[in-house]
Design a protein around this ligand. Structure first.
Ligand code: CTP
Ligand code: MG
Length: 369
């Protein structure tokens, strides 16, 4: 049996509050609509895809997808959009799915098709974890948890039945396709939905799909006499200090590189050249402020930092809390999101010979808008 897919994409995403259709929002470098289409293409069970597009998005969606998808005009309501798309369906089975559910699983797609083939309809449901209540002006009615489910998509149907149902729906708006089927055709069949298959609705739903990035940084400076030893913005008493064009705060340098690397923003050598006189003796904590701003410009902030300082001397044990607090303040992080460790190298190599100090740092950065 030929299987068609309608992707409902003709909304405006008003509740998400972006100034464009929420389906254009990027998750991991790909738009929501691209993720959704990819999931169905990957399944190999879908023979044709029909995308509903609003007037605003029609041109862009046609340019991007008309090569192997049919683009149908959206309507004022989702019901109307789906109705328009049904006119273009040529398969005997049709799946109808929200473009705003990019995390649909392969298991759901195959279950949906099998259930629709066997019974005529397929509605995915998940048990609600919350106690539900219906409020009215006068009263509140406890619905409890037992027997209460949330409905998802894709919903699958025998095309001739759902087309017939929609034809009879006239201009009325329905909650979903299953409701149209139930009203005009008959009893619905259900299959297991998946909690991962969320419908991205509010701006926060997009943040929760947190675009987490991970970065690594490394730095090393020579230990010499007549220089200060500065680590994470804290001056550590010692008979030697670190040599460098800037203040040579090796810890802050490695942390900055980790932050930049998380977003592929090059490194501190690229941004703050050691040939540039303006960075002579520069305060690395001020440079850190600029790196924070670079991340912010990309819509990201640091979530946590972890760094290991390799130094034979001085013993850093008692200084770790001050260094941690200094970096946490600069990064606007709670203390437990900045993890600093220190180790000697057991006398081995240039660190062991007290010729230099090295730092390896990791940064986790997350999207904040
Ligand atoms: N949709 C559609 N045609 C409409 C309205 C919605 O095809 N007239 C689509 C949306 O693009 C979305 C899916 O139906 O993928 C589910 O709708 P919803 O989550 O409500 O999206 P929007 O209507 O875009 O969002 P909002 O209600 O916040 O404006
Ligand atoms: Mg809507």
């Amino acid at each position: 049996m030929k299987v068609s897919l309608i992707l409902a994409c003709a909304g405006s995403g008003a509740r998400a509050g972006f100034n464009h259709n929420k389906l254009w929002e990027q998750i991991d470098g790909k738009s929501v609509i691209d993720h959704t289409i990819s999931a169905f293409r990957k399944s190999n069970l879908i023979d044709e895809i029909i995308i509903t597009a609003s007037e605003v998005d029609f041109e862009k969606m046609s340019a991007l997808y008309s090569k192997d998808c049919v683009i149908a005009k959206g309507g004022d309501t989702r019901t109307q959009s789906v109705k328009n798309a049904l006119d273009k369906v040529t398969g005997e089975i049709v799946l109808i799915h929200d473009g705003a559910r990019p995390f649909v699983t392969q298991k759901m797609i195959s279950n949906c098709i099998e259930t629709a083939k066997a019974t005529g309809s397929a509605i995915p449901i998940i048990p609600t974890p919350n106690t539900m209540v219906r409020l009215s002006d006068e009263d509140c009615e406890y619905l409890g948890k037992g027997g209460i489910y949330s409905i998802q998509t894709p919903q699958g149907f025998l095309t001739k039945h759902i087309t017939n149902a929609y034809a009879r729906a006239c201009d009325k708006s329905f909650n979903d396709d299953g409701e149209v089927y139930k009203e005009f055709i008959g009893k619905l069949s259900f299959y297991d939905g998946d909690a991962k298959n969320v419908k991205l609705t509010y701006a926060n739903d997009f943040v929760c799909q947190q675009q987490i990035r991970f970065g690594v940084g490394f730095d090393c400076h020579r230990l010499v006499e007549n220089r200060k030893l500065i680590l994470g913005g804290v001056t550590i008493p010692h008979d030697k200090g670190l040599l460098g064009h800037s203040d040579a705060d090796v810890l802050t340098h490695a942390v900055m590189d980790a932050m930049l690397s998380a977003l592929s923003l090059r490194d501190i050598g690229y941004h703050f050249s050691d040939k540039d006189p303006q960075y002579k003796d520069a305060d690395s904590m001020k440079l850190l402020d600029r790196v924070i701003k670079m991340l912010d410009d990309k819509g990201y902030k640091v979530d946590s930092i972890s760094a290991c300082i390799m130094a034979e001397k001085p013993k850093l044990l008692t200084h770790i809390p001050t260094i941690t607090s200094s970096l946490a303040t600069a990064l606007n992080l709670p203390l437990d999101k900045v993890g600093i460790t220190a180790t000697t190298l057991e006398g081995l190599g240039f660190v062991g010979r007290e010729e230099g100090i090295c730092v390896h740092a990791n940064a986790v950065v997350v999207k904040h808008t």
